[in-house]
Design a protein around this ligand. Sequence first.
Ligand code: ADP
Length: 237
Amino acid sequence: TGQRLLANVSHEFRTPLNAIIGFTDQLLSETPGPLNAEQRRQLGFVNASGNQLLTIVESVLESARVEAGRGAVSLSVTELGHTVRDVVNPIGIIAEDRGITLTCVCEAAVTVWADVDKLGQIVRNLVTNAVKFTDPGGVVEVRLVVEVEEVLIQVADNGIGIAPEDQKRIFEAFEQVDRADRARVSGAGLGLSICRDLCGLLGYGLSLESEPGMGSTFTVHIPFEPDMAPTLVGETE
Ligand code: ADP
């Protein structure tokens, strides 16, 4: 299938890419000999471009893996607030760097069966995007909301927002909103398609509410399944 081809091609890309990155690293370390300023600058570009391409290739591999249904689901009893905080905290440093306030309102103590790695990847992608598409001074809030039949993980930002006509296609692989009012940001346009595929694999819903100029809220819907009975143990702190 197309996905298998994609996975093979991505894999074949990695070997030469690692050579490009490895040898430019080596040259930049000046172990083989000294560089002048211009050589260092140009090798720096080669190295950075190699790394950028490697990131893209790895995302493609990851999405192909998800689509192929591999990357087996591994469920464990998971305290959601804890899991979400563990993912969000490290991104706080990046947010702070960009002048964005990242808060986590995840005190509700709720335990479900979940795949911690995959759920973490979903939340990480959403929070990273929220930080990426919000201007300095903005606010990103991650919330855990317990409802009757499901738990919601919401990632809300007051950033640039997404026009109604773009709200569907950004969940497709390689789709990005291309606008003059958007600063060029890095990325392959794969994060949301990976989120969508992972949510599908785990039986979660994924929804979006957004208004251009006002911000966006992505919501992961985790159902309370009868055979995965969650225990609600009240509030902490
Ligand atoms: P990438 O972030 O690599 O471009 P994604 O699949 O994660 O790829 O996102 C696709 C596109 O959706 C982004 O390029 C951006 O245009 C838009 N987008 C995603 N999250 C947000 C957000 N929180 N606010 C505004 N636009 C967003």
